[in-house]
Write a protein that binds this ligand. Structure first.
Ligand SMILES: CC(C)(COP(=O)(O)OP(=O)(O)OC[C@H]1O[C@@H](n2cnc3c(N)ncnc32)[C@H](O)[C@@H]1OP(=O)(O)O)[C@@H](O)C(=O)NCCC(=O)NCCS
Length: 171
């Protein structure tokens, strides 16, 4: 199967925060942002594997800075590592105040997507080959994050999480 680079699956989504997207404080609702993030991540995963994908899991998300009504939301998504049928996607979210011309970081997250075949069974995805130092760092950390999310999701025994064990034995 053809190998892919992270840049090939990069997606940048831009949205404008309108009144119907906000809570009573005039901030973008977390659920709306997670919906947009899910779409950006699905597009990145789909670009990597050229197949239909489903969201398998979402890691914890902390909303660091609220995004205000009338501000612009920028969501950057790219595949950090491909496993057998699943892909980890890193998302970073920025708000932009067009009037005062500044950008601010809102949050980051990791989503996991699985590629499906026509029978809706998981199917293999292309290997990801990181290029830049940042991409290599994200790639290396992906195995550790995968083991943690599979343990939390009840899909892996803690005793089998070799990467996590190595991390704690180093400390
Ligand atoms: C995700 C899904 C396809 C996995 O199917 P499954 O029968 O559990 O398949 P497997 O156990 O063979 O796992 C397939 C891959 O999913 C990964 N996976 C399964 N559960 C996961 C989880 N909670 N978090 C991260 N990855 C997960 C496995 O690690 C495996 O990846 P790999 O092949 O790269 O090693 C299935 O659970 C599903 O369809 N879920 C609903 C998806 C959906 O509808 N999402 C929208 C939100 S409702």
């Amino acid at each position: 199967m053809q190998k892919k680079k992270p840049a090939e699956s990069q997606v940048t989504m831009t949205e404008l925060v309108l009144p119907n997207d906000t809570n009573v404080f005039g901030n973008l609702m977390g659920g709306r942002l997670m919906y947009w993030m899910d779409i950006a991540a699905a597009l990145a995963a789909g670009k990597h594997c050229n197949a239909p994908v489903v969201t398998a899991s979402v890691d914890n998300i902390s909303f660091e800075s609220p995004i205000k009504l009338g501000n612009v939301v920028h969501i950057e998504a790219r595949v950090t590592r491909a496993f057998t049928t699943s892909m980890e996607i890193h998302l970073s979210v920025w708000g932009e105040d067009l009037t005062h011309q500044y950008r601010y970081k809102s949050n980051e997250a990791y989503y996991t997507f699985v590629a499906l075949d026509p029978n809706r069974k998981p199917r293999p995805v292309p290997v990801l080959e990181p290029e830049t130092e940042q991409e290599k760092k994200l790639y290396d950390g992906a195995l550790r994050r995968r083991q943690l999310r599979l343990i939390l999701g009840g899909k892996m025994k803690a005793a089998d999480a070799t990467e996590l064990k190595a991390l704690f034995s180093e400390a």
